[in-house]
Ligand binder design. Sequence first.
Ligand SMILES: *Cc1c(COP(=O)(O)O)cnc(C)c1O
Length: 378
Amino acid sequence: MDYKIRISPPHMGGEELKYIKEALATNWVASSGRHISDFEKDLESYLGGQRYVAALSSGTAAIHLALILAGVQRDDEVICQSLTFAASAFPIVYQGAKPIFVDSEQDTWNLCPSVLEETIQDRLLKGKKPKAIIVVHIFGMPAKMDEIKTVSKKYNIPLIEDAAEALGSSYKGHKCGCLGDFGILSFNGNKIITTSGGGALICKEAKQKDRAIFLATQAKDEALWYAHSTVGYNYRMSNIAAGIGRGQMEALSVYSEKRRENHLFYKNLFEPFDYIQVFSETNAEQYANHWLTCIQFSPNKANKSAMGLLHALGQQGIESKPIWKPMHLQPLFKGCPYYGDKVAETIFKTGLSLPSGYNLNKEDREYIHNGVKNYLNH
Ligand SMILES: *Cc1c(COP(=O)(O)O)cnc(C)c1O
């Protein structure tokens, strides 16, 4: 369908073209070149200078390499937040490991720390210690990281932070992506910034970054000929993509500010409707980029629902989307253990994400305002 207003279109705002032209003019167009290391430096300094960043071909590739660096192997168990986009969990399968899905809590919609601990205890009882934990900052909302880190430390299980949607978000003043043992970012077309397609792995140690780049460039041993002693991947970001990333980084603060303005717009818009909650921070420790603004419906006399609003908006050319369908409800993951109750499932059934792009202008907002009111007031 050709929408008039799309949910999260890409936007070129900085000097992307200059950097692309530079890459072409110097003939550095592939998987090496100055833009790649400069883009990594941009990210490292943005993240506070305490982490090492490897630029990769996608966020999914970054999760895969994080699992490898965390030591995940065939038949191992990996704990993953159930309420997420499938790319958080796919790399567990690439490794031949087994996903164990865990429910969310209602405040942040992310991994519930107490269910996480119950899960680990039960897996230990069943005879296997999980090899890694994947926590997500869904829609850019920071998870309860202190509590989650306490559990990860107590049982000594590496924590991988999927910050694909959370570039620009922070928790207690620390940037999302730098709170776990590994972090990952995505620069897919719909994310906060884009490199046309790309991602990054965030590491604590320089040697982990080096190892990630080694694996991402086909694991070539040092030798005159092509020598390989381990499996490699073609996961490195191209110099052209990194050039786009450098331009995008110049506009990052503007991008996240604009998304937060969109969120305020929706808060005002839904204020009169007590059966609709706009998904928001619940305390001052969280700073969300509000990548996508989401709402949740409670049961109501007016008989209004998330899917009702989705259809009504769709008829007017406004794109909205259901919340990620939890992984434990996906046919692919049928039979995988799941711990928790129905928090994620309820959010999925009653939630909706709304147009939240950088490009939303005054007229777009008026159009959305009218579209929403048309449905809710009739
Ligand atoms: C987008 C996304 C990914 C995957 O990133 P790609 O760059 O598209 O591979 C992983 N996890 C979450 C939560 C995402 O939203």
